[in-house]
Design a binder for this molecule. Structure first.
Ligand code: ARG
Length: 460
């Protein structure tokens, strides 16, 4: 069965059928296709194309088809061009003649836009709920070692000491923004395209607002040509997915390093690591490596659809059928990665002595010393010089911060008076960073509490 046979003298070639068919992948839209078509049947009743009985017959036939569609064998032998064609064929098989009216004043161009928007809305909700799972896992992990100190890095060199929860909250913020991006992607998809026809607007006076409220859309689209050619909403989703994957891949990279023998800060659970077929001692962070690796597939999906859409003439072109594989791929890889990340985080253990020692042995306190000098009246530029020379002297003589005393410090520089020796312990310097958003212990405790509150308030 074709939805368009009349104008043709021969059928499509077998190669073209195989090449152009999309049922293999767009069958994933069958639920939304049927829900959309049920709403459309109600719209057809309102414009007098279907009687109430016909509409009822169609809607209930669709319900049965929907129920059947989950059963094995439903797609067996299906040679339909796409999911829309399949659904109409099934309707004909079940409801007979009345099915011939279902496509009145409707085009597959708007139908595929509708189905994809309905699917995307749900997918955005699913992603947001998985994101909040990861965010909760980060907060729980932070709560287990609220006072642990790690060296923070810039240029992958030890920079300044921070609290472990402060570091975890940095990722919390990234995922919080990802949640916002998915809420925004959902909002942009939340316009009803039905009524647009193929490109010029439907020839039937549909009450579009009524269809929108039937399907729970916030509003109707503004321009029928735009609808036919638009996949911005898919790009928005793919961009949000790519950014979330970038965040996940950075967390994965950190933890691959932090759990290595060289760092030794983190113990990943046996359940998320694997061994080597050759080297008996290995415990490899494959779960994190795969999260990092899958980032490439999701970013590839965004690139793929951007390139597909670039330069397409107004309005619909069959090229646009190529939107679905990248969309499904990105959604699946992102959701899988979020689920995996949550399990990794939930099962990880910080070994706080290791990063604390790393902070103690390095010169992460140099900034604290320079700033304390500045607070005591030395202009910061000179303070920086003094602290820099102090570090140089230490490095030359193989001295760690703990090798200095108040006395030897004063001998090195008379500006090092009073309590400067206390700042050799990174925990003390951190107390000066109580600015909101800083790593001061009170600031971090407040940020943790606020994060927990924000997470609870996120409406899902
Ligand atoms: N399978 C098509 C797609 O995914 C549906 C729209 C077909 N429209 C058309 N004019 N051939 O884009």
């Amino acid at each position: 069965m074709k939805l368009w046979g009349g104008r043709f003298e021969t059928g499509p070639s077998e190669v073209f059928e195989r090449f152009s068919g999309s049922l293999d992948f767009d069958r994933r839209l069958i639920v939304t296709d049927i829900r959309g078509s049920q709403a459309f049947a109600r719209a057809l009743e309102r414009v007098g194309i279907l009687t109430a009985d016909e509409r009822a017959e169609i809607v209930s036939a669709f319900d049965s088809i929907l129920a059947e569609s989950a059963a094995p064998g439903f797609y067996e032998g299906a040679a339909d061009e796409d999911v829309h064609t399949l659904v109409i064929r099934k309707l004909k098989e079940r409801a007979g003649k009345v099915a011939d009216k279902i496509h009145t004043g409707r085009s597959r161009n708007e139908q595929v836009s509708l189905d994809t928007r309905l699917w995307l809305r749900e997918e955005c909700d699913r992603v947001r709920s998985l994101l909040t799972g990861v965010m909760q896992a980060l907060l729980t992990l932070a709560g287990r070692d609220p006072d642990a100190v790690i060296p923070g890095y810039t240029h992958m060199r030890r920079a300044q000491a921070v609290l472990w929860p402060h570091y975890l909250l940095a990722y919390f913020e990234m995922f919080a923004r990802d949640c916002e991006r998915f809420a925004e992607a959902r909002r942009r998809a939340d316009y009803l395209p039905l009524g647009s026809g193929a490109l010029a607007g439907s020839g039937f006076p549909f009450d579009r607002a009524a269809i929108a409220s039937d399907l729970g859309f916030a509003a109707v689209t503004y321009n029928s040509m735009d609808v036919s050619g638009d996949r911005d909403f898919a790009l928005d989703f793919l961009y949000a997915a790519s950014v979330a994957m970038i965040h996940l891949s950075r967390l994965a990279e950190d933890w691959i390093l932090y759990s290595s023998e060289e760092f030794g800060w983190l113990e990943l659970a046996d359940g998320v690591t694997s061994g080597s077929s050759l080297m008996p001692q290995k415990k490899n962070p494959d779960s994190l490596e795969l999260i990092r690796g899958k980032c490439g597939r999701v970013m590839g999906s965004l690139t793929s659809l951007m390139v597909t859409l670039k330069g397409l003439p107004m309005t619909y072109n069959r090229d646009m059928q190529e939107d679905k594989v990248p969309l499904f791929e990105a959604a699946d890889q992102l959701c899988g990665s979020l689920e995996m990340a949550r399990v990794v985080i939930e099962s990880a253990t910080l070994l706080p002595a290791k990063p604390a020692a790393a902070a103690d042995e390095s010169w992460v306190v140099a900034t604290d010393l320079a700033e304390a000098l500045a607070r005591a009246g030395t202009p910061f530029h000179q303070a920086h010089q003094i602290a820099g020379r102090f570090v140089l002297e230490s490095v030359r003589n193989g001295k760690k911060p703990a090798d200095w005393t108040a006395e030897t410090m004063r001998q090195f520089a008379p500006e090092f008076t009073g309590d400067f020796a206390a700042l050799l312990d990174p925990k003390n310097g951190m107390r000066s960073r109580e600015v909101p958003g800083g790593t001061g212990p009170h600031a971090v405790a407040a940020a943790l509490a606020a994060a927990q509150q924000r997470l609870a308030e996120m409406s899902l």
